[in-house]
Design a protein around this ligand. Sequence first.
Ligand SMILES: [Zn+2]
Length: 332
Amino acid sequence: MHPLAEKRKPGRDYVRLDVTRLASGAELRLGLHVVTGAKAGPTLGILATVHGDETMGLMAVRRLLQELDVKTLSGRVAAIPVANPLAVSVFNRQTPEQHGKTDLHEVFPGHPEGNLTQRMASVITTHLLDHVHALVDIHCGGLGGRLQSRADLDAAASADVFEGSLKLCRAFNTTFVHANNLAGTAARYCNARGVPTANPEIGGVYLGPQAEAAYIEEAVAGLRSIMAAIGMIAAAPLPPKKQLLFKVASRYEVNPSVGGFLQSHFTAPSDLGRRVEKGTKLGEIVDLHSLEVTEELRASVTGYLFFSRYSGTVDAGTKAFALAEEATSTWL
Ligand SMILES: [Zn+2]
């Protein structure tokens, strides 16, 4: 029985969805929370930890669920805090399994007879995605200390769905909105069914207590604002702020071409959203063995910094910094 397919009394439910039995003998299950409000309204789906090293969002989901008042809630919130438990358990982005297609963010709607990643996607699809009127899939900077503050929507969505998704992203209220290519994601699957989506990329892991607390606060406020925007709680959405909308073609990453220690010059949450002139030094790479600076990372365009990495060991191609080009992005 799908927990969302039946009408439930107002209140809180927690069920565990069976996926399969693992070689270790452990049962692979996904936890699903359903908070059913006393009033009629839409079903908001929430996914967190689709990438196993992006665990900040699930603490925001916990706070959101705890603070909901069933008596005044219109509709339902259905949340899977850990979408990929196997990836979380090894604090890695993808599922540790032998077969291909191990990134849960690329395999939706999944397959009930596929590999572990595809099976988890299939369970999420049939038990959550097929029952929601809006979806939020929360991501953040993962392993290796990256700061994020944006909400993504799928550039390939139909005009109506794009508008609906933009409304959710605007309500979430991050500085940036990224019209991204979300092929294979839960968002694209939902969009094809006419369901709008927002994929926040907010905060990161091991950022230190102050930054982490601030980002969790911001994520909870953003989620509540989305709920307000679609009429689920009797509150006003956050006052719309100036947001920069940019497409994939306006996205300029600046990544190292050699491995080493990245000395980052942009490590404060307030650095995100900063206007950076072309040529500005963002950081440098120190070779771990010769201890010499081997590369300087400089802004390739004039634009706004939308992610940045803390200082630490990186390899060639590690995502370090990204700019939304000023000339081709749009202020909303
Ligand atoms: Zn992610």
